[in-house]
Design a protein around this ligand. Structure first.
Ligand code: ZN
Length: 368
């Protein structure tokens, strides 16, 4: 695997009108540049990922990711990254603009596949508009079928690109331009309509969204000599929740809510209680595979509302801790989670502190 991914995130985004460079503003559920970064990681195609940025990026622990400073113009940033990897013996290099967060991993793989027999592979889309070309006082009609609108990621044989970039003196808007200017062959492949560039603020809302809701309910008996976990937090209490797992009713309800919203059956189907391998499983470990499905299928969590139904422990005492824990586990901010406590007037099993129940409703956005 000798591929390097260069993520250009050093632009100023003059048309975007924001104090923060647009690559770092929140898009859907995370900073804009992270969408491309996460997909590059997930594709498992790259030995090294370089982020070119003029502001520091914190919390990058992965050793296969390097952050370097960019130049004033896009082509200078790209050149800096190419110089950085010059002696690292990469056969192929992919270059991508962080302002295009919506490409698919499938596109990355298609690019890589086509590079086998080519030195440059570039995705394009066509336009549906009629096109006129204006120069001085002349206007000409152009045949739109002959126009290619190029996108990134673009991928290249490293040496071919490096040699062309070294002789380039002018500002270019993509690396394909180098090949065009030097009459070098490019393999064009079909790009993606969703892979648009975020340039102005309204582009942030261009993706089509569908919203789905899911409801979850759970109840477990309280038994002596077991630790009590609620929302992943260990709560000091006289009893714990009976069950095959740690009996965390909050997490179990959320899992069922998430599965419900995604139309993927229920927790019992995924974790049958007759399977030994799930015995004594901690509930956060039951949640993480569900979040992987969520992420892989373009669902994003909007909010969760939880009713914890019990006489004791008092929810108000642990609310902050539980919300913090859930925000970590679900990888969303605390203000997307609400936790309510509900007593049952000392009625029934729950009223006699022999059981704890929980219900949760979740809302997911699905980006079409
Ligand atoms: Zn349960």
């Amino acid at each position: 695997m000798s591929n390097c991914f260069i993520l250009l995130a050093a632009g100023k985004g003059k048309r975007f009108k924001s104090n923060k460079p647009k690559q770092f503003i929140n898009y859907i559920n995370k900073p804009l540049f992270k969408h491309s970064l996460d997909k590059a990681i997930k594709s498992k195609l790259f030995k090294l990922i370089i982020i070119v940025s003029n502001i520091p990026i914190k919390n990058i622990k992965d050793k296969s990711i390097k952050v370097i400073n960019g130049g004033k113009e896009r082509y200078q940033s790209s050149q800096k990254a190419l110089d950085f990897i010059k002696n690292k013996k990469f056969k192929n290099v992919f270059i991508h603009d962080a302002a295009r967060p919506n490409f698919s991993i499938k596109l990355l793989k298609k690019l890589k596949f086509n590079l086998k027999n080519n030195k440059a592979v570039v995705p394009y889309i066509k336009t549906k508009n009629s096109v006129k070309y204006k120069s001085n006082y002349n206007i000409k009609n152009l045949n739109r079928d002959s126009l290619l609108f190029t996108q990134t990621p673009q991928c290249f044989d490293f040496k071919s690109l490096y040699d062309l970039s070294k002789i380039n003196k002018k500002s270019i808007t993509d690396e394909a331009s180098l090949f065009v200017d030097n009459n070098e062959k490019i393999k064009f492949i079909k790009g993606e309509e969703n892979n648009f560039k975020i340039t102005i603020r309204s582009d942030l809302n261009k993706m089509k969204i569908k919203t789905f809701y899911g409801i979850g309910f759970d109840i477990h008996r309280l038994i002596k000599n077991k630790k009590l976990y609620l929302g992943g937090v260990r709560i000091p209490f006289h009893s714990g929740l009976q069950g095959h797992s740690d009996g965390d009713v909050i997490i179990h309800s959320i899992i069922d809510g998430l599965l419900g919203a995604m139309k993927k059956k229920d927790i019992g189907t995924l974790y049958p209680s007759n399977k030994m391998k799930f015995k004594n499983i901690r509930s956060p470990n039951m949640l993480s595979p569900i979040l992987k499905i969520l992420d892989g299928e373009r669902y994003y969590l909007n909010n969760v509302d939880i009713n914890l139904i019990c006489e004791k422990p008092k929810v108000s005492k642990y609310r902050e801790k539980i919300i913090s824990s859930l925000s970590n586990l679900l990888n969303v901010s605390k203000n997307q989670i609400n936790l309510k406590g509900k007593t049952v007037e000392k009625l029934g099993l729950i009223g006699k502190e022999k059981a704890i129940a929980c219900e949760a409703i979740v809302s997911l956005n699905y980006y079409v």
